[in-house]
Design a protein around this ligand. Sequence first.
Ligand code: FES
Length: 102
Amino acid sequence: MEWIQVADSSDCPHVGDMKRLRIQGKKYLLAHGDSGYFIVDEMCSHEDSSLYLGCVQGDRIKCSLHGSRFQLQTGEALDEPADEPLGTYPLKMEGTAIFMQC
Ligand code: FES
C-alpha cells in the first residue's frame, strides 16, 4: 500500500463539492462533507449510476437515480433500495494536497 496524491483541496473547496478520481483504472469520488474530505466508490452499490450526479448532504451522499443515501465515513447504505455499503478509502492531507492509500 502506498499513498498517492489524488487531488488538492482547491479541487473541492466548499462543503458539498465533489471530484471524480481515476486511480489505477478504478473510479472513486472525493467528496467534501461537513466533517472534511472523504474518498468513496464513485458508482452506487445499487445499480451502475455515478454518485457524482447526486449530492452531498452533511456527511452523506445521495444517489440521484433512486435516492439512497450513504454515510461518507463508513459507506453504510442508509436507505433502500441500496443495501450494500460503498467502499471507503484512507485519505490524508499534507498542506492542501490530498492523498489516498492504494
Ligand atoms: S442506483 Fe443508486 S440508489 Fe439505485
